[in-house]
Design a protein around this ligand. Structure first.
Ligand SMILES: Cc1cc2nc3c(=O)[nH]c(=O)nc-3n(C[C@H](O)[C@H](O)[C@H](O)COP(=O)(O)OP(=O)(O)OC[C@H]3O[C@@H](n4cnc5c(N)ncnc54)[C@H](O)[C@@H]3O)c2cc1C
Length: 422
């Protein structure tokens, strides 16, 4: 027998509580959180799992670390970061962005995404009776029913189509996601496209470990560096398309790295990434939710795109469990977008302000004037920590949990205050 979609009955597979499209970091965190709530979860991922371990994000914020503690990752195993600084052409501090600490959490932690992702996947795989992973499967179309969402999945290896059904759907499939278009949602484009060349290095001799992410103004291109340890660094070169097309670009980049890294080093990964800065007008259609980069993409100045995505799914999963278990009304799910959107917009604005300083050469102009005048200046921008206020558990099952329980993350406004202190 064939249904509306022309699929045979055997192709209608198991019914899940939650279907997740995309097994990037946000999809993986969503899956593990949902499994902790005993939901039956399926994930569809276009790529082979082994191809997912790419070091995109280099740091997470304190609230995200708190979520990881609930998932069995502990802050003592991560390097704490206290903010960022911009060095002038002479290597002196020009600007520092320092985040305040709260609840014993450092403002940020550096991560090596492939290791974290692998560990997440291991924890998920340990619960295989409740979990279905469809790798090399593309979610082609979705159909919203009264009490279900149906997904047409395409098995790319066998070139076979089938239907999956779930009570809720999370689109965690990044900036290429077609789910917003299928739901008739629109992006607000913030008119900013960027190329970034990311390079992970492992040096043979220890470098001076920096607890601030460092941006340099002394080279040919804007460059930032985050240290994961004294030996392991991630470098982000912001390049325009013309520079990227130059035949000797990699030689130039290598020379820049030679200047910055003491002794010999190995390049572990390098990749070019291009993105537009944008945010969706709607993040939800009934039981379909758009999360992470599928909902908002930010420039990499402050990073925080990953942290924002993880907080999106953290905001949702416990509510989905309560609704799935019929303990609360479905309308509680409508709080998702209003609660998450404000922070995403704020981060986008903050990132774009920093982008203007870099791209319009604002920092280099200040740098040149100050060098000419022979004076140094440090602007210290303090950001209030957003690690939720309250008492946070530290041990075993209580780790990372805020008391009283069920007080889900409320957005506290980021306050940025500019202080001139020299
Ligand atoms: C250079 C750079 C540096 C960054 N640094 C930071 C940082 O320091 N801190 C930070 O917080 N953020 C940072 N970010 C942002 C962060 O990397 C992203 O916000 C985050 O990775 C987004 O995760 P995601 O799971 O939403 O999307 P993705 O990682 O893009 O995952 C989406 C997944 O969905 C799959 N998929 C797509 N379509 C389908 C489909 N139809 N069916 C099935 N599967 C599908 C894809 O194959 C992919 O695996 C950085 C980004 C870049 C590019």
């Amino acid at each position: 027998m064939e249904g509306d979609s022309g699929l045979k009955e055997k192709d209608l597979l198991i019914d899940y509580d939650l279907i997740i499209i995309g097994y990037g970091m946000v999809g993986a965190v969503a899956a593990l959180l949902a499994l902790k709530y005993k939901l039956k979860v399926a994930v569809l991922e276009i790529r082979k799992i082994d191809d997912l371990y790419v070091p995109k994000a280099g740091r997470i914020d304190a609230e995200t670390m708190r979520i990881f503690e609930q998932l069995g990752f502990f802050r003592k195993d991560f390097k704490a970061l206290y903010g960022s600084k911009i060095l002038d052409s002479k290597g002196r501090d020009l600007v520092q962005v320092v985040h305040e600490q709260l609840n014993g959490f450092a403002p940020m932690y550096s991560i090596y995404q492939p290791d974290l992702q692998l560990e997440l996947h291991r924890k998920i795989a340990a619960q295989k009776d409740k979990f279905g992973i469809y790798e090399k499967h593309r979610a082609e179309a979705i159909e919203l029913k009264k009490d279900r969402v149906k997904i047409i999945a395409h098995d790319l290896q066998k070139d076979h189509f089938f239907e999956l059904s779930g009570r809720f759907l999370l689109a965690c499939n990044g900036q290429e996601s077609l789910v917003p278009a299928q739901c008739d949602f629109n992006y607000r484009l913030l008119d900013y496209t960027q190329f970034s060349l990311n390079i992970e290095t492992k040096s043979l001799e220890p470098q001076s470990f920096n607890q601030l992410a460092v941006s340099y103004l002394d080279g040919k291109y804007p460059l930032s560096c985050i240290s994961d340890s004294a030996l392991h660094q991630r470098w982000e070169f912001r390049l325009d398309p013309d520079t990227m097309a130059m035949p000797d670009v990699y030689e130039l980049i290598r020379k820049e790295l030679d200047k910055k890294i003491k002794g010999d080093f190995e390049i572990l990964h390098s990749f070019v990434y291009q993105f537009e800065t944008r945010i969706l007008d709607k993040w939800q259609q009934k039981r379909i939710f758009i999360t992470g980069d599928a909902a908002h993409i930010m420039p990499p100045y402050l990073g925080m795109g990953l942290s924002a995505g993880i907080k999106d799914v953290y905001n949702l999963i416990w509510k989905i469990e309560l609704v799935a278990d019929r303990r609360v009304k479905g309308s509680v799910l409508d709080s998702y977008q209003p609660e998450r959107e404000e922070e995403a917009k704020h981060l986008l604005d903050l990132n774009l302000t920093l982008q203007k300083l870099f791209d319009k050469g604002g920092m280099s102009i200040i740098d040149r004037i100050l060098t000419f005048l022979g004076i140094g200046i440090v602007k210290k921008i303090r950001l209030e920590s957003k690690c939720s206020k309250g008492i946070i558990g530290t041990r075993h099952k209580l780790a990372g949990k805020l008391f009283p329980p069920f007080s889900y993350m409320k957005h506290t406004k980021l306050i940025s205050e500019v202080q001139l202190f020299t």
